[in-house]
Design a binder for this molecule. Structure first.
Ligand SMILES: Nc1ncnc2c1ncn2[C@@H]1O[C@H](COP(=O)(O)OP(=O)(O)OP(=O)(O)O)[C@@H](O)[C@H]1O
Ligand SMILES: [Mg+2]
Length: 249
C-alpha cells in the first residue's frame, strides 16, 4: 500500500522546504517509486526540488478539453494516457522520483475544477507508487474540498507562533470531518530553541518534534538551489529521524 503524505499549515511555515526534505530522505532507497505533487498553484515545490516544470496538470487538462473530444469517459481515458506519458517522461529523467504540478487555471478560471481533477488523478496514480508526497497550498481550502481525501499521513507544519498552531488546529478539525488519514502529527519548524514551544498547546494533535532555524536552509532558498543537494547537517539528520518515526519505516 502506498504511503500518501500531505503537508498542510499556515502560509510560509516551511511546508515546501519540508516536502523537499521528505523526497531527499525517501530517495535514499532507490527501489522505492516516489511521486512528488505540487498542490500549490503558486508552484514552489519544483524549485525546491530543482525540477523544471514542463507542463502542469491544468495545462494537460486544458489540452484535452480544447482538443474537442466529447464524452466523459473518452476524455478521462485520454487524460490518463497523457498523464502516464508525462509521468513516464518525468521518471525517465532519472532523478529518482516523478513530479507533477497542478498549476493555475488560466484566466479567471475557478479552482474547483482543477482541485476536482487533482483529486481524481491522485486516486488514479497512487497505486503506482510506494510514496506520494503532496505539498499542499496554505490554509484549509484543499482539505475542505476533499482534494486529499485518501492520504495516509497528514503532516501539519507550524512555526512557534500561536497563529501557526491555531491554523494547524483548524486544519486538523476540518480534516477529521472529511479525510480518512491514518496518522497525523505536527512538526514545528524554524525554532530558535525548544523553549519556543514549551507552552505550545496543540490540543489533540501529537507533536512529532521540531526543526531548528537553519542558516544553511535559508541560504539554499536565497540562491534557489535544490534542497535535494543539502548535505547531512543538524536539521536534515533530525528531520530524517522524525520522518522515519512518523512513517513507521
Ligand atoms: N528550518 C528552517 N530554517 C531556515 N529557514 C527556513 C526553514 N524552513 C523554511 N525556511 C525558509 O522559510 C521560507 C518559507 O518556507 P517554505 O516556502 O518552505 O514555506 P511554505 O509553508 O511552503 O510557504 P507557502 O505557504 O508560501 O507555500 C523560505 O524562505 C525557507 O527557505
Ligand atoms: Mg509552499
Amino acid at each position: 500500500m502506498a504511503k500518501v503524505i500531505t503537508l498542510s499549515g499556515k502560509g510560509g511555515v516551511g511546508k515546501t522546504s519540508i516536502s523537499a526534505m521528505i523526497i531527499r530522505e525517501l530517495r535514499r532507497d532507490p527501489s522505492k517509486r516516489i511521486l512528488a505533487i505540487d498542490g500549490d498553484p503558486a508552484v514552489g515545490f519544483s524549485t525546491a526540488l530543482g525540477v523544471e516544470v514542463k507542463r502542469t496538470l491544468d495545462q494537460i487538462r486544458m489540452d484535452v478539453v480544447n482538443s474537442g473530444k466529447s464524452g466523459e469517459k473518452e476524455t478521462k481515458a485520454e487524460l490518463l494516457a497523457r498523464l502516464d506519458f508525462e509521468l513516464a517522461g518525468a521518471l525517465a529523467e532519472d532523478r529518482g522520483f516523478a513530479f507533477l504540478a497542478i498549476g493555475r487555471p488560466e484566466g479567471k478560471g475557478c479552482y474547483c475544477k482543477i482541485n476536482e481533477f487533482l483529486k481524481q488523478m491522485i486516486a488514479e496514480l497512487v497505486p503506482n507508487f510506494d510514496y506520494v508526497v503532496i505539498d499542499g497550498e496554505a490554509g484549509i481550502e484543499q482539505i475542505n474540498r476533499r482534494v486529499m481525501e485518501k492520504v495516509t499521513h497528514l503532516l501539519l507544519v507550524s512555526d512557534a507562533s500561536k497563529k501557526g498552531i491555531q491554523v494547524a488546529k483548524t486544519i486538523h478539525g476540518v480534516a477529521q470531518g472529511c479525510m480518512a488519514y491514518e496518522k497525523v502529527g505536527l512538526l514545528f519548524n524554524r525554532l530558535r530553541s525548544a523553549a519556543d514551544i514549551e507552552h505550545a498547546d496543540t490540543g489533540p494533535i501529537p507533536i512529532l518534534g521540531y526543526l531548528p532555524e537553519s542558516e544553511k536552509l535559508r541560504n539554499y532558498d536565497i540562491r534557489g538551489d535544490s534542497l535535494l543537494g543539502l548535505p547531512d547537517i543538524d536539521v536534515t539528520r533530525k528531520f530524517g529521524l522524525i520522518l522515519r518515526e512518523f512513517l513507521g519505516s
